[in-house]
Every structure is written in C-alpha cells, then in structure tokens.
Design a protein around this ligand. Structure first.
Ligand code: ZN
Length: 223
C-alpha cells in the first residue's frame, strides 16, 4: 500500500517535471548570443553649473567606463535625503544638460524617498534631494531615479538581435538564482558597446556575480 502511494507520487512528480521541461529548455537553448551584464552602482551625473557649485573646478577624469566617452571621476558626492544620507557616491562624466541621481530602490529607502523607475535623462517629475561636497551644496528640485534596466547596443547588434531602439525585451539571466527580467529597454546608438545594465538590487535578486551573461528570450511590441 505504502509502496503504491510512493509510486504514485513519483509518477506525478515525473509528469510535472516532464511538462515543465520544454519551457526551461526553450530559454536555455535559445541559441541567442550572450550579452555581458554589468552592474551599475549608485552614481550621479552633474550639469556644469552644479559641478562649479560643488567643486569649483571641472571634473577630474579617473577611468573610462564600458560605454565610450563615459568616465568615472575623482570627485565624490554626498546624497542628503529627507530621512537619510549616503556618502561617497560616484560622479560620472562628462557633464550633462541636467543633473541626475541614479540609485537603487534600497538606496531610495535609506534616503527616505520614493524614486520612480526611469530611463536615463527622463528627469521630469522625479523627486529632488540635496547634493553636498566638502565645499558646496546643491538643492536639486528633481533628478532622483531608479534607472530602468537596459541594454546598450550598436545598430549592428540591433540588426543581429532583431530589435530596435526603445523596444522592450525579456532577458534570461544565468545566476545562482536564475531569472527572466522583463521590460528591459533596448538602447541603440552607433557608439554603444553591447552591455546590459542593471542595479545591485536586481543583480542580488538574481544571484549575479562578475562576468554574468544574459540572453534575450522574448521581444515585445514596439514601445
Ligand atoms: Zn547604461
């Protein structure tokens, strides 16, 4: 009798596993080219005016970042929110037309504010905070956001993947906690190098480490 119950359970589990296999298989053997996944830590982009106010001099180049023309600066900034402070935040160059603060949802909670998920540059209607250096203060009226997950690619990459600028895709990530991230925005520009950018909340959620890779598994309609 007990043996019969055990056999039935085994049979059920085997059936479930068999029925769930095709989906997993499609994802893992999609044959799509692997996309390097890079983790973006919290950082700010500053306009010329705010750079002058905070540092009194142009930004100091330290090293190139993966996307051509973008670089890490020696300068650091303190983020002061309604109920919390985050120190030693990276400043990226070159200067932008508008200052922008990119944080994770966890950071936003530490600062005591609600930051919307936005595409870089889309600051209208986002909350502000206070930026501080050792010699200056800037009160930002807006610019705090959680960067939307995105993939940088060249027009050639876009053609190869069959996607266009601003299209949204789903990406399977092979981490310790494998996951499919949806609503990943494709950004195409001739100067872009193929890389997917997600923040540390997302990366930790998927158990991703260094040299992580993602694969596009679904493409949605034009945004
Ligand atoms: Zn990016």
């Amino acid at each position: 009798m007990e043996q019969k119950i055990v056999n039935n359970i085994i049979k059920k589990v085997m059936e479930q596993m068999a029925s769930s296999t095709p989906e997993t298989k499609t994802v893992e053997s999609s044959g799509e080219e692997a996309i390097p996944v890079e983790l973006s830590g919290r950082h700010v982009h500053l306009c010329e005016e705010d750079i002058k106010e905070l540092y009194g001099a142009p930004l100091t180049f330290v090293k190139e970042l993966s996307q051509p023309g973008q670089y890490l600066c020696k300068e650091r900034v303190r983020l002061i929110g309604p109920s919390g402070v985050i120190d030693n935040v990276a400043v990226l160059g070159p200067a932008r037309p508008k200052s922008q603060v990119e944080v994770s949802l966890t950071d936003a909670r530490i600062l005591g504010m609600k930051a919307p998920v936005r595409q870089s540059g889309d600051v209208s209607g986002t909350p502000g905070l206070v930026l501080a250096s050792s010699t200056g203060l800037v009160g930002l009226k807006e610019g705090v956001m959680v960067a939307a997950r995105h993939i940088h690619m060249s027009p050639e990459d876009g053609a190869r993947f069959g996607v266009s600028d601003n299209q949204r895709v789903a990406v399977h990530l092979d981490g310790d906690r494998p996951a499919v991230l949806k609503d990943v925005i494709v950004r195409i520009h001739k100067d872009f190098k193929l890389a997917m950018h997600i923040d540390f909340d997302e990366a930790n959620g998927c158990g991703l480490g260094k040299n992580a890779k993602g694969r596009i598994v679904a493409v949605t309609e034009e945004a």
